[in-house]
Design a binder for this molecule. Structure first.
Ligand code: NDP
Ligand SMILES: O=C1O[C@H](COP(=O)(O)O)[C@@H](O)[C@H](O)[C@H]1O
Length: 517
């Protein structure tokens, strides 16, 4: 995990007021065990273990780290190791060796989430791990990572506290989104968590806050006067924030069906992106000042109404199964796997600008991007000139590009659409962008809360989405169908246009080379 090096002769600049990276007195450097609850699941195999290995491989984990998985599924060590390494890439011999070493530090305990005996077994395994620490006398630190559906968060958190809390050492608990299912359950969850855990021990992860391009939003906006000056209702027609995945829920129906795409992605990841994109300039870049501004802009957003939402569910296509074909999904489920919704920010800066969020599974590509569509150029002297668009590609292939018009080189006076391009891979040599989970787990080990979610942020985010979620839960509107691998429901284009967004015709972004002949 090296930082991004700017190509010579550019210099990197300091950002004043940023969090120091945690209080070094509370950074966990040794004598630490991480417990991953839900270690049999999708998040654990796709994100948590690859990130833990990434940190281990680069020497960022505490020196004598041990990692214990906990879940109900019974697995022998071989099966467990196979499961948690599925997504770990170790292409060179040195990494393969490191991976073997890493696995020697990983063990597994199977147990229920609501019964004492599993946690008692876990405690025995914790003690066993702690006997291997280099410093036998040092206080024992424990980090509990909840890679679990929220329905079991609080019971597991309470059991960890009751059976596995380290007396004398530092304890931390990392909680995954979605934090609850609606405003009421989120508040209950916060109250329950806080009964057992102190606020400074709780780290609420929204991993989009660890993504490089999401972190860059603050710099792009507030370190570039011309961009910041154009971010307002006078120049911007609409903003579209899109999350697309080319795979379905595949085996995650147990979790997903209870939550749906709005709770899974939109109410948290996309709303976090929206709030950072649209907030006013913070007093400083400290975590509290930034989070104050995020809360302020979210408070300008009224509740979403059903007419402002389009829902979809994917169906089978070719050899790809439909959502309902997944055996972990209840028969006849109307759970949305796709949603688009329009939000408004009734602030002096943004009043009247539609923010169109789109999120879907089993679509035609993987992509998360922010597309800021400016107003049309006054035609007058031009004919059919295209509008400006600023596109911020969060993933894959981090990029920022501005679509603009230029004179086509040559004797004739013609315009040609062009782009100013900051594609990271081309601009930054030796590019190694840390995975969001690597960055956030390291922050949690360092005791740095900057990129974690504050409880008042949660409250306001749920206030915006709870009415529409309750409407969907109670009235059970049937989602529109879309084929696995398509661009989403056919109704999407009209929906976006009706809500004030321009629909773009081109497909993937590739750096253009324009023939002017
Ligand atoms: N998957 C991802 O890419 C991401 C997931 N997340 C969040 O991580 C959390 C876990 O997600 P994910 O790993 O995908 O979910 P899974 O459905 O894979 O659940 C994780 C584990 O929890 C147990 N489990 C599943 N359903 C239930 C249930 N109804 N009651 C009790 N235990 C259950 C299972 O373990 P066992 O049966 O062995 O006990 C399962 O292996 C969620 O909060 C999700 O929002 C966040 C970011 C990314
Ligand atoms: O939180 C979640 O995020 C993932 C997508 O994360 P990304 O970093 O790959 O964009 C999503 O697949 C999952 O359903 C959701 O729970």
């Amino acid at each position: 995990m090296s930082g991004v090096a700017a190509a010579s002769p550019s210099k990197t600049g300091e950002i004043s007021g940023t969090a120091s990276g945690g209080d070094s007195a509370h950074a966990l450097k040794a004598s630490t065990t991480i417990v991953v609850a839900g270690a049999s699941g999708d998040l654990a195999k796709k994100k948590t273990f690859p990130a833990l290995f990434g940190l281990y491989n680069n020497g960022f984990l505490p020196s004598d780290i041990r990692i214990i998985g906990y879940a109900r599924t019974k697995m022998d060590p071989e099966e467990y190791h196979k499961r948690v390494t599925q997504y770990i890439k170790a292409p060179i011999p040195a990494m393969k060796k490191k991976l073997e070493e890493f696995l020697e530090r990983c063990s597994y305990v199977s147990g229920q989430y609501d019964k004492d005996d599993g946690f008692e077994e876990l405690e025995k395994e914790l003690k066993k791990c702690e006997e291997t620490y280099e410093d036998k006398k040092a206080p024992k630190n424990r980090v509990f990572y909840m890679a679990l559906p929220p329905s079991v968060f609080t019971v597991v958190a309470a059991n960890f506290k009751k059976h596995n809390y380290s007396e004398g050492g530092i304890n931390r608990i990392i909680v995954e989104k979605p934090f609850g299912k609606d405003l009421e359950s989120s508040r209950e969850m916060q109250v329950d968590l806080k009964k057992e855990w102190k606020e400074e021990e709780i780290f609420r992860i929204d991993h989009y806050l660890g993504k490089e391009m999401v972190k860059n939003l603050l710099v792009l906006r507030f370190a570039n006067v011309m961009l910041d000056a154009s971010f307002n209702k006078n120049l911007i027609s609409n903003v579209q924030i899109t999350f697309k995945e080319p795979f379905g829920t595949e085996g995650r129906g147990g979790y997903f069906d209870e939550f749906g795409i709005i709770r899974d992605v939109m109410q948290n990841h996309l709303l976090q992106v929206l709030s950072i994109l649209t907030m006013e300039r913070p007093v400083s870049f400290s975590s509290e000042d930034i989070r104050d501004e995020k809360v302020k802009v979210l408070r300008y957003i009224p509740e979403i109404k059903f007419e402002d939402v389009l829902l979809g569910q994917y169906t089978a296509s070719g050899d790809k199964p439909g959502y309902l074909d997944d055996e972990t999904v209840p028969k006849g489920s109307i759970c949305p796997t796709f949603a688009s919704c329009v939000l408004h920010i009734n602030s002096p800066r943004w009043e009247g600008v539609p923010f169109i969020l789109k999120a879907g599974k089993a679509l035609n590509e993987q992509k998360t991007e922010i597309r800021i569509q400016y107003k049309d150029v006054t035609q007058g002297i031009f004919k059919e000139i295209t509008r400006n668009e600023l596109v911020i590609r969060v993933q894959p292939g981090e990029a920022v590009y501005l679509k603009m018009n230029s004179k086509a080189p040559g004797l004739a006076m013609r315009t040609v659409p062009t782009e100013m391009d900051l594609t990271y891979k081309r601009r930054f040599s030796d590019l190694k962008i840390p995975e969001a989970y690597e960055a956030l787990i390291l922050d949690a080990l360092n005791g740095d809360h900057s990129n974690f979610v504050r409880d008042d942020e949660l409250d306001i985010a749920w206030k915006i989405f709870t009415p529409i979620l309750h409407y969907i839960d109670e009235k059970k509107p049937r989602p529109h169908s879309y084929a696995y691998g398509s661009r989403g429901p056919e109704e999407l284009e009209k929906f976006v246009q009706d809500k004030g967004g321009f629909v773009r015709s081109s497909a993937n972004y590739t750096w253009p080379s324009t023939s002017v002949l």
